[in-house]
Design a protein around this ligand. Structure first.
Ligand code: ADP
Ligand code: ZN
Length: 770
């Protein structure tokens, strides 16, 4: 289904019409064909943007050209494209195919995908400007007789000849210490030629320089000899890197087993071959600590943070597209880096849910990366200590080659994990029981006394997470969402964690007027206060999205922790990932049950992953370390197996459960959400959609020779959180044996059901949020 015509058409002698297929940033499933006027025939081409009349009133809209050819549309009036916006294609043949696949797979418009993939800074040429250059006229073109020139004019001419390259008009005037009028008069006398070109503007230039600074080698490569396990892995990987061709590897290695060392060698290898590599990491891992390891060993490294400005993004995109970068390191969207000779894709922490984009196009960067590797016919290495069950199952059925690093480097042991049963903890001798049990408190004291450092994780922010009235049962709720508010003490506000709505804490219950409002439930803010009360001699720093909102704050805290200025680091899952501090000898999980009982079939998998990740922060140095996990459900397999560092058993058990309940990776799933600010309108359209599904399922049954369709529909039902940001929401879940069957039914149903105005729907293939 990938029919593409990547070449632009040059004007022909015979007046055969040229037509261009254009896609717009709309959820439309097919391109629109326009006629190309003769004047634009040489300029139009696939991967460039054009402006064409589209929609009401004949206004022009910009869209991407996806095909150029001689076939007029089958029917209807053909309009002309108005303008070609780009000199060069923004999207090459490979990315065209990849985005086309995404539109088909994720059921959205090709134009929407292209719009999302090409950064705004590239689309609007941010950070560039149109500049006028001058260069000497070739000898043959010199005017005859030569005009007479003044000494100042001669000096300017000589100056340009000495430079031996075109200069901007103003630049030459500055260098020759003359006015711009002098240069202009040389152009007028036809001794100099003028031309214009798009260049990086001052701001763009600064971004370029920032990017250059990134490239300077920070530290020389350490002299590391691969250990036996790493050598075994390398011996399987290296021949494929040499031979090239598509091959997917799943590198399963415990925390600190030397996975990154393997990535680095693989990247070095392809860079040596003159090719490029893309490294995808979760946003949170884009720390200088990680990046230093890539620089100096891998050529020019470009880093794509999510907080780059449009101009910076534009500058990076152009640098990559012009072959100035060997390695692109970035979060999710780096999977679309416009490399020219891609030789390898690496995905670290492939199980991370941040690789899933929660806006159209709702893609999963890992799955897109595997498709890109397939299309470009190159190897891909996905690594994790706790692979997603999707990837684990792919390895089990042989689609991916499993590579394993079962031990930490240098025979460092995995840290022992002790589970604390909160149901049976003794009450503290004095004071009220807090979040930190006596066992955990004692462990913290001895750790701090031995000059070790402590990481405490609680995956819930704020001060009190449950604000309610004991008199009438009223619970503080968001005005726009069906969600309870969390009390934030520093801000002195009740905050909705979904939409950000805030209100002042109640003096009296809004329900019954009683004054004794109760603030219960524990967040990181309250935990921080408890730590400061219990450990007045130690410095504690909190790290969550409330304290880390300013750029650079993340790094400042981590630097202080590394330098030993902070003794206890407390935070949400933000502190569970990637940190490598050898002096951390104790990791405490304050409540392992947060997130375990959510209405999401992945909640056990996520809890296991989080526990394994945070445990991996302990004992990374020679002093060793240990982990204490507090829980009310110590018998839960998720917790016992994480305590035993036993991923394989966890995965095997969880896969049995998934198979029984027909969940991914055994079945394919899609989720549809219908939403409207009017509850009735949302409900009515959900019913219409349900009808469309029923007939799609029926048609599908006939098509497959009378057999009942291998596709099931659940819903419509109210979403677990019915009202969000004032939208009432219904959802459907569609499950199918195969991706093909799932897509068939979805396409058929969605083709007939158009939402009325004021109602929207979203399709989420392979959904991660339930
Ligand atoms: P992972 O990515 O699996 O967490 P890393 O590659 O970051 O593991 O390795 C952990 C630490 O061990 C790093 O400091 C790394 O430099 C070091 N290391 C990696 N391989 C070796 C080796 N073969 N011998 C000694 N040290 C190693
Ligand atoms: Zn809200």
């Amino acid at each position: 289904t990938l029919e593409l015509n990547p070449t632009s058409i040059t004007p022909l002698d015979t007046p055969v019409g040229i037509y261009a297929d254009i896609v717009f940033d709309r959820p439309l499933d097919h391109p629109y064909t326009y006629a190309v006027p003769a004047a634009l025939a040489g300029k139009v081409g696939t991967g460039k943007r054009v402006e064409a009349p589209f929609g009401r009133g004949g206004r022009t809209t910009s869209g991407f050209c996806v095909r150029v050819g001689h076939n007029p549309p089958a029917r209807g009036e053909v309009k002309d494209i108005a303008r070609v916006l780009d000199d060069d294609a923004l999207v090459d043949e490979h990315l065209m195919k990849l985005t086309r696949w995404m539109a088909d797979y994720y059921l959205c418009g090709w134009g929407q995908v292209l719009h999302a993939v090409v950064p705004a800074g590239v689309r609007d040429n941010a950070g560039t400007r149109q500049a006028t250059f001058v260069e000497p006229v070739a000898k043959a073109e010199l005017p005859n007789p030569l005009p007479t020139i003044t000494a100042v004019q001669k000096a300017a001419l000589d100056c340009l000849k000495k430079e031996n390259r075109p200069l901007e008009l103003g630049q030459l005037a500055r260098l020759a210490k003359c006015g711009p009028g002098v240069v202009a008069s040389l152009v007028k006398k036809r001794l100099l030629k003028k031309f214009t070109e798009r260049v990086e503007s001052e701001a763009g230039g600064q971004h370029e320089r920032a990017a250059e600074a990134d490239d300077s080698p920070v530290s020389p490569p350490p002299d590391i000899q691969l250990n036996a396990d790493q050598t075994a892995v390398w011996d399987k990987l290296n021949p494929i890197l040499h031979a090239g061709g598509f091959h997917a590897f799943l590198l399963h290695g415990v925390t600190g087993s030397g996975k990154t060392e393997i990535y680095l060698r693989a990247i070095e290898e392809v860079v040596k071959q003159g090719k490029e590599a893309i490294v995808l990491v979760p946003e949170i891992s884009l720390t200088p600590q990680t990046l230093e390891r890539f620089r100096g060993r891998c050529g020019n490294v470009a880093v794509l943070h999510s907080h780059l400005t449009d101009a910076e993004r534009g500058a990076y995109w152009r640098r990559v597209a012009t072959g100035h970068v060997q390695v692109v390191v970035g979060a999710r969207s780096a999977v679309f880096a416009p490399t020219r000779k891609l030789g390898l894709i690496v995905i670290d922490e492939e199980h991370e849910t941040t690789f899933k984009q929660e806006a159209t196009p709702r893609y999963h960067a890992r799955d897109v990366a595997v498709m890109r590797a397939r299309l470009e016919d190159i190897p891909i290495v996905m690594g994790s200590a706790t692979p997603s069950l999707e990837s684990w199952a792919n390895a089990a059925r042989g689609a991916y080659t499993l590579l394993e690093l079962p031990k930490r480097v240098e025979d460092r042991p995995m840290p022992p994990v002790q589970v604390i049963d909160l149901r049976h903890e003794p009450k503290p001798q004095h004071g009220r029981p807090g979040a930190i049990s006596p066992t955990l408190e004692a462990a913290m004291r001895s750790t701090l006394k031995a000059k070790g450092q402590v990481i405490l994780m609680l995956n819930r922010r704020g001060f009190s997470t449950h604000v309610h009235c004991p008199g009438c049962g009223h619970v503080a709720q968001c005005a726009h969402c069906d969600l309870a508010l969390t009390f934030h003490r520093t801000k002195a506000a009740l905050v909705c964690h979904y939409c950000g709505w805030e209100t002042a804490p109640y003096a009296k219950c809004p329900g019954c007027g009683q004054a004794a409002i109760r603030y219960q439930g524990l967040g990181t803010e309250k935990l921080h206060v408890e730590i400061e009360e219990k450990f007045p001699g130690s410095v504690c720093q909190r790290m969550d999205s409330d304290t880390m909102s300013k750029p650079g704050s993340h790094q400042r805290v981590l630097d202080a922790f590394r330098d030993g200025l902070v003794h206890i680091l407390v935070g949400t899952q933000m502190i569970a990932k990637g940190l490598d501090f050898p002096n951390v000898t104790l990791v405490g999980v304050v409540n392992a049950d947060v997130g375990l009982h959510l209405p999401d079939f992945r909640s056990a998998e996520r809890t296991f992953q989080l526990l394994a990740q945070v445990a991996g922060r302990a004992g990374r140095g020679e002093k060793g370390g240990r982990v204490l996990v507090q829980t009310y459900t110590p018998e839960h397999p998720c917790i016992t197996l994480a305590a035993g560092h036993d991923y394989a058993t966890f995965a095997a058990q969880e896969l049995v459960h998934r198979k029984q309940h027909k969940y991914p990776p055994y079945e394919r799933m899609a989720r549809l959400i219908v939403r409207s600010e009017k509850e009735e309108a949302a409900g009515a359209f959900a019913d219409t959609l349900a009808g469309a599904f029923q007939s799609a399922l029926a048609t599908h049954a006939r098509d497959s020779a009378g057999k009942p369709p291998p596709v099931r529909l659940l819903g419509p039902a109210e979403c677990p959180v019915f009202r969000l940001k004032n939208f009432y929401r219904f959802h459907f879940q569609v499950q199918a044996d195969s991706s093909a069957a799932l897509h068939d039914v979805l396409r058929a149903a969605l083709a007939t059901a158009r939402p009325p105005s004021g109602v929207e729907f979203q399709v989420d293939i392979d959904p991660y949020s339930m």
